[in-house]
Design a protein around this ligand. Structure first.
Ligand SMILES: *Cc1c(COP(=O)(O)O)cnc(C)c1O
Length: 421
């Protein structure tokens, strides 16, 4: 039934999907068509059960169909689905984020991570009256034209340098730098310093596989941005409220000028936001001259779901300890098994997000390191695990995500299956 449904999907949607990585291109298998999910488990149209380690690509840190989120959605929907007017719910959400994330004085809600990063780039340009934005190799910031160069995620999985349809003129304002390479950013600032509107970075990269930035690298980046009056943008679309409540900036204790959020922030609904220093945010229309708008932005149902999720995470800090313990159990187990079998493996993990790199290097710290991974090996393990009901990302260059609904028994089952590969 998965096969028939997917075949028909291919007739109506390019590649049968609404986002490329879901199509399992090059893997020679049909992606399961997911019908429903609860907690740590999802089920396909054939009734097959999977333990979910994709978590909707990050958002589902509270698992699928969390009761509190579902209730909030139902209660809100009953009272109206969209108004396009100010609501108390968006105030609750904005107040909550601004009062719990130190670097965020003001925030603007949007509808996706892409919209958040694209708008943050525009704001940085408008604020500085400069054009150039630095991005890092292998980092992914959504599908905005200016970021589709050496991008991670699906772009990297497909092995393409960028995207057709992106004008050279736009890309010429993006400067590529090397992740975790201090010399590279010093060089770029030395050459282009006065033209650099902003720097966008995944402070813990998750879209070339998980690769955390080194602390001294991030600190130097922050210093350079201050020295040259460039806007430092942390893209915490994946890491925000995930690696810790305060995201990567909380772990490193480094405050960016702007932060982009999405994924966990929306409780599973389409969402996004960007926020930061008041003096920068005040450049946004209607009080400033940088225009950005959205019919659906701050949608009440999204706000209710997101606020419920964030409040629950904030009120239960022990969740993050729990996720750390689960993550460590999985990491240790995989390392042990790989060592026993003599399979070269590097695991990068921060809390509940991790990547198993099939890689002969000691460490995977850069984009080039990640590219040296054995993709055939990963794909083979992926197919085996999927077949056994363990749903992990269909790409070496994506993360594996845990939720608070996963149990030690789930992890042990993962390991038991993994051992038999
Ligand atoms: C997922 C992701 C995006 C894009 O978000 P969408 O909601 O898919 O547009 C941007 N940046 C990072 C770091 C992401 O992980």
């Amino acid at each position: 039934m998965n096969k028939e449904l997917f075949k028909e999907s291919e007739r109506y949607m390019p590649g049968g999907v609404n986002s490329p990585v879901r199509a399992y291109k090059g893997l020679d298998i049909t992606p399961p068509i997911i019908k429903e999910g609860k907690g740590a488990y999802i089920f396909d149209e054939e009734g097959k059960k999977y333990t979910d380690y994709i978590g909707a690509w990050g958002p589902a840190v509270l698992g699928q169909a969390d009761d509190d989120i579902v209730n909030a959605i139902k209660l809100t929907a009953d009272k109206g689905i969209s108004f396009g007017s100010p609501t108390r719910l968006e105030l609750d959400m904005a107040r909550h984020i601004c009062s719990t994330i130190d670097s965020v004085d003001m925030i603007r809600m949007v509808n996706s991570g892409t919209e958040a990063t694209m708008s943050a780039a525009r704001l940085a340009r408008g604020y500085t009256d400069r054009k150039k934005i630095i991005k890092f190799e292998g980092n992914y910031h959504g599908h905005y034209d200016g970021f589709l160069i050496s991008a991670g995620s699906g772009v990297l999985t497909e092995g393409i340098p960028g995207s057709k349809g992106v004008p050279e003129e736009i890309i010429s304002n993006t400067i590529l730098a090397r992740y975790n390479d201090i010399e590279s950013i010093e060089q770029v600032f030395k050459t282009h310093g006065e033209e650099i509107a902003g720097v966008i970075i995944e402070p813990i990269a998750g879209n070339m596989g998980v690769i955390p930035a080194k602390e001294d690298f991030l600190l130097r980046l922050k210093e350079l941005c201050m020295e040259y009056n460039s806007v430092l943008i942390f893209d915490e679309v994946m890491t925000g409220f995930r690696v810790s409540y305060k995201g990567a900036q909380g772990l490193y204790n480094i405050e960016p000028d702007l932060t982009t959020f999405a994924k966990v922030m929306g409780g599973g609904l389409p969402s996004g936001a960007y926020g930061g220093k008041r003096k920068i945010m005040e450049k946004l229309s209607p009080i400033g001259e940088v225009y950005q708008a959205g019919t659906m932005s701050g949608n009440p149902i999204v706000m209710a779901a997101g606020y419920t999720a964030l409040k629950k995470l904030f009120d239960n800090p022990e969740y993050y300890d729990y996720l750390e313990n689960l993550g460590r159990r999985l990491e240790n187990g995989i390392n042990e098994i790989s060592k026993e079998k003599g399979i070269p493996t590097v695991i990068n993990r921060v809390g509940s997000m991790m990547t198993i790199f099939y890689n002969e290097l000691e460490k995977v710290e850069t984009y080039e390191d990640a590219l040296k991974s054995d993709i055939d090996m990963y794909n083979s393990v992926f197919k085996y695990m999927l077949n056994k009901g363990i749903y992990i990302a269909p790409s070496q260059f994506e993360g594996l995500f845990l939720s608070v609904k996963h149990s030690n028994e789930d992890i042990d089952r993962f390991l038991e299956i993994f051992r038999k590969y």
